[in-house]
Design a protein around this ligand. Structure first.
Ligand SMILES: Cc1cc2nc3c(=O)[nH]c(=O)nc-3n(C[C@H](O)[C@H](O)[C@H](O)COP(=O)(O)O)c2cc1C
Length: 187
């Protein structure tokens, strides 16, 4: 299977980066092909809501979203997003990428193009944040569900880690490895 990851933090080798690399390592051990794109390193224009994709089925911007992310998304059987919480949402570079999925949403819901032809594609979310509130990951999860749905990806589950703030703090979390390994095997 092809496993595509999109990492959302601008912090290099931070906590969500670690979650992504643990997940991909497990997938590689299981024999799958992996690719990770870092949202903050891609050059992606903001969606300007021009409506072009809603009638033409393509975006006006020919940038990294169109040339790198979309082809990788099309091939993916499993899609994983790893991200910290920034003000109860995704960091801006990742949110910019997510907004641009409007072209895929338009093809599915306005133009009925059926790009994925019944392929079963699954998505997971790996989240981390400094505080511990009950609703801490709700913003990420809601956005991820809607993002995944546009590309015919079933939201499978999320693994969320609270109380993690310092760079690299996640490495010593007692449950991370076991939970990620279990998730990789389940998928
Ligand atoms: C701009 C910014 C906004 C943040 N907003 C929140 C927040 O709303 N809730 C929270 O618990 N942590 C928040 N944090 C803390 C991060 O989620 C936390 O440090 C996380 O471990 C960073 O993960 P990373 O190393 O993958 O970047 C914020 C951090 C930054 C820099």
């Amino acid at each position: 299977m092809n496993i595509l990851g999109v990492h959302g933090s601008p912090r290099i080798k931070g906590n969500s980066d670690y979650l992504m690399s643990c997940f991909m390592k497990e997938m590689e051990i299981l024999g799958h092909k992996t690719q990770v794109l870092h949202a903050a390193k891609l050059k992606i224009n903001h969606c300007i809501g021009c409506g072009h994709c809603e009638t033409k089925g393509v975006c006006i911007f020919d940038d990294d979203f169109t040339t790198q992310f979309l082809p990788a998304l099309h091939k993916a059987d499993i899609f994983v997003v790893s991200s910290p919480v920034y003000f109860y949402g995704f960091p801006s570079a990742l949110k910019t990428l997510i907004d641009r999925i409007q072209v895929v949403w338009s093809r599915k819901y306005r133009l009925k193009t059926d790009d994925y032809r019944g392929r079963v594609r699954k998505g997971v979310l790996l989240g981390v944040a400094a505080t511990k509130g009950k609703d801490l990951f709700e913003g990420l999860e809601l956005t991820a569900r809607y993002f995944f749905d546009a590309a015919d990806i079933q939201y499978e589950t999320g693994l969320f880690y609270r109380g993690i703030d310092e760079k690299g703090q996640i490495v010593t979390h007692p449950l991370v490895h076991e939970e990620i390994q279990k998730l990789a095997h389940r998928l």
